[in-house]
Design a protein around this ligand. Structure first.
Ligand code: ADP
Ligand code: MG
Length: 763
């Protein structure tokens, strides 16, 4: 027999398995969620709440809503067996407004649990059937005590819902959390508060211990709100502080010294004139990367014939002239909607480094994108006299060896590739600039490796995710920003429509028409096998909106990419070539399909969102998005950006069966505008700032960048108050002004919290 677990010996660092009832097996399940110690458990905040205190009546309960009802059992529960051995326990119950039918599945023992005449609080999703009859399937139930005044107020009003995995029930988790709280945050112990008193007073925030206890076990909704507000504020303040620290630390490095080169050869090598926005971005790079003013200064530098002669190409960091003061490295984000022309700007930055005799690297998250960049840029740089190679996972071993040795010797000035560039044996003689495209799509480990390798180099990050300015200033507080807010001339709008299933046949006809005219068609589905928006379901799982997840059969049919591709090929387009693409395919397989699609051999490509970013097939003219309501607006916008890239008129058809006003409003925004920044602003307005801090939503991808430092938001996704976000960031400013190194006793708990949240990256 295992030794009896003794609660009095527990410390905040004790493993969860030291709690009674948590076996090693369960401990492993907790570990899967990142919970090892009792302290971890206290920080495993609920992902949603059941607001069972919001009691309604049988008259007011609306179809499909999660409701809480106080009902008296009216009939003796009856047990019946239906098809496939399914056992139903069913009875009716009433309140003063009417009756409801209550049904439980496969729990025959419940027959004896409900006595006629006794009152319960039932909580669950209700349905209105024929004749407006109300029914509840497997609702949660709690007996209402006799002492209750009749409104259920003697019962707890808020129940936490935890992120869970199979094998851990909500009850088990909340029980364990309660015990952990008693150890880590005992009522009689003063725990240092990361937010100092004056700050809390100014913004009306409750104390740390109170907040942690009540985020888990709130007595009522008001208390929960206070706890949440406080923890969100803290999270955002720490986040902002972390960014500021990171910026400060990077500014301590001396960057490779560069001078403003004559950009004329570069601009002459482009087939078009740069837009005003592009010129401004390049001017930003010149200002950041070079010492002294850019030749000619301002926006006109590119055409100024009096500019200085090209800089000595052999100049490297080792032979810096003695009188030149070093500069911190460029640390800039180039943000621009799909098609805004980021590539040529990136190329200009590369040129600045190369013209100064430095090597440079451009890194993309996939082989497809890296190859595309290589094909775009290598010929142009060759004309300018700079060799360029592609280094990706599938590069032949022999070529890899050669590229690496030429990088190490300095013979090869420019390399474009994937994270293969981050391998330890890729060494540059004198690298001056690293550019990453869509950095948020790199893994956390890869981003950390990059941060380590390139901290002292000029860096440029490109992102195609338009984000509202107010959010961008906060979310990218550690980076300078250049925004391409102007599209190259002559772009045509992608006509966008929302349709439902009744349009299916016409849609298929339209797909065929595009293909017959020699174009390619994308069809995007939510996921491979299932929809990511719906989590693995525990019986009692409730969404963040406080609603129980809908039962399987009430969900719209989700189109799974592989199965749908097969079905289309078999039943609808037997004479056309249908391919599919999804994230779980090997890179080589993906590339092969993509290649066949680019050449037109595959005409219809059914895909998950893996094709979202950067893929360029100019002859594709139609983007169909299935179950469009499952995608965020920014994501839809990204998907739409895959078409309209060539000369031909292009369309985006959003297929959705959703009738909710919210979904309809969101999709209608897509139909109204093609401007990504406008869409992002609307999205912010409709969904609130919380979504920008949400993890794993598959949307607002730019924000994933922010998790690269280690900080994962835990409560900020609940934030629906823009003013609070601004206050939290202002508070960080104040802290930085008062004590930037967080050296004083006042900020010691904050410093510790910051270290916990960000790890070594910022401290
Ligand atoms: P993104 O910002 O999405 O990476 P790209 O750099 O791929 O955009 O540019 C999209 C297309 O626009 C490319 O075909 C590119 O050649 C073209 N382009 C970029 N800048 C201009 C410009 N100033 N004038 C005309 N075409 C341009
Ligand atoms: Mg691009």
């Amino acid at each position: 027999m295992p030794p009896k677990k003794n609660d009095t010996a527990l410390t905040p660092d004790s493993p969860v398995t030291s709690l009674a009832g948590i076996s090693e097996t369960r401990g492993k399940l907790f570990e899967k969620m990142g919970v090892r110690t009792l302290t971890d458990l206290c920080r495993h905040y609920p992902r949603g709440y059941e607001m069972r205190g919001r009691v309604t009546t049988t008259a007011d309960a609306k179809n499909g809503e999660a409701v809480s009802l106080l009902l008296t059992v009216g009939t003796q529960p009856k047990v019946t067996t239906i098809r496939r051995g399914m056992i139903l326990t069913r009875f009716t119950a009433f309140d003063e407004c009417g009756t409801a039918t209550i049904t439980y599945f496969n729990q025959p023992y419940l027959r004896d649990a409900f006595a006629v005449g006794s009152t319960y609080r039932f909580f669950g999703r209700c349905e209105r059937g024929a004749g407006n009859r109300l029914s509840l399937n497997s609702p949660k139930h709690e007996p209402v005590p006799l002492s209750d005044p009749g409104d259920g107020s003697t019962l707890p009003s808020v129940y936490p819902i935890y992120r869970a995995t199979a094998g851990l029930t909500q009850k088990l988790i909340s029980g364990a959390v309660e015990k952990a709280l008693a150890v880590v945050f005992p009522p009689d112990k003063e725990i240092p508060d990361p937010l100092p008193d004056d700050l809390r007073r100014e913004y009306g925030l409750c104390g740390y211990t109170y907040a942690i206890r009540n985020i888990h076990l709130p007595e009522n909704e008001a208390v929960l709100d206070a706890a949440r507000k406080r923890l969100i504020f803290e999270e955002l303040t720490l986040f902002s502080l972390g960014l500021r620290r990171r910026r400060y630390l990077r500014s301590q490095y001396d960057a490779p010294v560069m001078f403003a080169p004559d950009m004329t050869p570069f601009f002459s090598a482009q087939p078009y004139d740069l837009t005003g926005a592009q010129k401004r971005a390049v001017a930003d790079f010149l200002r950041d990367m070079t010492v002294g003013e850019p030749a000619g200064g301002g926006e006109n530098f590119s055409t100024d014939k009096s500019s200085k002669p090209p800089m000595n190409r052999l100049l490297s960091g080792d032979c810096r002239p003695a009188n030149i003061a070093p500069k911190p490295p460029m640390n800039r984000l180039l943000s621009g909607d799909v098609g805004s022309g980021k590539t040529v700007c990136a190329a200009a930055a590369l040129y600045i480094a190369l013209a100064n005799g430095y090597q440079a690297a451009l890194m993309a998250p996939t082989e497809i994108l890296a190859t595309q960049h290589f094909e775009d840029l290598a010929p142009m740089f060759a004309r300018l006299g700079f060799g360029c190679e592609l280094l990706v996972g599938s590069t032949k071993a022999k070529d890899k060896t050669s590229i690496k040795s030429r990088l190490a010797s300095g013979e090869l000035p420019l390399v474009i590739g994937t994270h293969a560039l981050l391998e330890d044996n890729v060494v540059f003689l004198n690298c001056g600039l690293v550019i990453t495209d869509e950095q948020h799509r790199f893994g956390v480990g890869q981003r950390a490796a990059l941060a380590k390798k390139a901290a002292h180099l000029h860096t440029l990050i490109m992102s195609a995710t338009p984000i509202p300015r107010t959010m961008a200033l906060m979310m990218f507080g550690d980076l300078d920003m250049s925004v391409l807010d102007e599209l190259p001339p002559g772009r045509q709008k992608v006509s966008t429509f929302t349709v439902d299933e009744s349009y299916r046949e016409r849609l298929n006809g339209f797909i065929r028409k595009q293909v017959t005219e020699g174009h390619q068609v994308y069809i995007v589905c939510p996921a491979i096998d299932d929809c990511p928006a719906i989590e693995e379901n525990e019986d009692d799982m409730i969404g963040d909106d406080g609603l129980p997840a809908a039962a399987d059969d009430s969900r719209p049919t989700l189109k799974a990419a592989v199965a749908y591709a097969e079905q289309l090929q078999r039943e609808v387009f037997p004479d056309l070539s249908v391919g599919f693409l999804h994230g779980k395919m090997k890179p080589a397989e993906k590339d092969a399909v993509m290649h066949r699609f680019t050449t037109g051999e595959v005409m219809i490509l059914v895909s998950t969102t893996v094709i979202e970013v950067g893929v360029n097939v100019p002859t594709a003219t139609l983007m169909v998005v299935e179950n469009a309501e499952y995608f965020g607006l920014s994501q839809l916008h990204q998907l739409r950006g895959r078409v309209g890239r060539g000369r031909d008129k292009s369309w985006c058809i959003l297929v959705s069966e959703s009738k909710t006003e919210h979904a309809r409003e969101r999709l209608s925004i897509m139909c109204k505008t093609n401007n990504g920044y406008e869409i992002a602003e609307k999205d912010l307005e409709l969904r609130g700032p919380g979504d920008f801090f949400a993890t794993n939503t598959g949307d607002t991808a730019a924000l994933d960048v922010r998790q690269s430092g280690g900080l994962r938001f835990t409560v900020a996704s609940f934030c629906d108050d823009m003013e609070m976000v601004q206050n939290a960031f202002a508070a960080a400013d104040r802290v930085m002004a008062e004590d930037p190194a967080l050296e004083t006793e006042k900020y010691r708990p904050m410093k510790e919290a910051l270290a916990r949240a960000f790890g070594e990256i910022v401290l």
